[in-house]
Design a protein around this ligand. Sequence first.
Ligand code: ADP
Ligand code: MG
Length: 287
Amino acid sequence: MIKMIELNKLKLLAQGGQAEIYELDENKVIRVLRNKEDEEYLKVELSVMKSLKEKDKAVPTVYEYRKIEERPSLIMERLNGDSMLEQIRKSPLQILNYAERLATLHMEIADSAEGLGLISINDRAAHLIPKSELLEPKLKEFILTILSEMPRGNDICHGDFHPGNIIITKGQYYVIDWFGATSGNKLSDIAHTYLILRNTPRLPGITGFQNFIISRSASVISGRYLSTCAKLQPFDRSEFSRWMVIRAAERVFYGSPFEKEALIKFLRKCWNAQASGVQANRWWQFI
Ligand SMILES: Nc1ncnc2c1ncn2[C@@H]1O[C@H](COP(=O)(O)OP(=O)(O)O)[C@@H](O)[C@H]1O
Ligand SMILES: [Mg+2]
């Protein structure tokens, strides 16, 4: 018989944007989604994590999918340790090492998305970008034309790869939070990480000085992250820039309100650059 799980009897360990994490026991946690409608996404997360684990990739073991109090949930291995973000805060002098680690991990973790039934990043973008009311029609047209020319890939793309989604346990780095995984070209996922590292939004309650420190360290991390990725696997800067345009436009739809203004500014700069003949291989510098 399956044991009943009552959330109000469990300890709440953490809360993220999509989910709450409860302690089930010493070795297991339950990731419980906030939104009952997101069942399909959690099943995607389950199949991606299982497949990565079978290939010995650094993700926690997932044990079971369940509905708990009608909310889609995953029971998974408990990882005791800081996130990379917390580690960076504790040891800021190690920032460049962490940036290199972030890049290496990103290059290593992705694998073939064959047979996983993931939505392609190209299709998801084609679905989300037209929905955004913050992008004027002509700007949207510029973005969607670029999208129509982007190559399709078949790598697993994490969708939210950043230091907060990496947990360090006994010196080993694990990647969590596969909720937004898609299939596509790995470069699109690297472009996304670079974009969110560069554009750490100013949050309410954070002073100008703190914000300065956060954005300075983010720009240090982003630079070393990108140069390490390029060293491990050289890529075309024009394709990279164009993926940044696509991923920025997607986030104008689904991102946090604090980041959108800067994203739209970036998109406008790229659009103007194209109009005045500046090649796409330079657009990535506009963020
Ligand atoms: N397997 C795990 N073991 C221990 N803590 C976890 C585990 N998975 C997630 N957490 C904690 O919960 C937080 C939110 O989890 P995450 O999967 O990133 O959810 P969200 O999609 O809401 O960001 C993480 O930052 C981490 O502190
Ligand atoms: Mg997360």
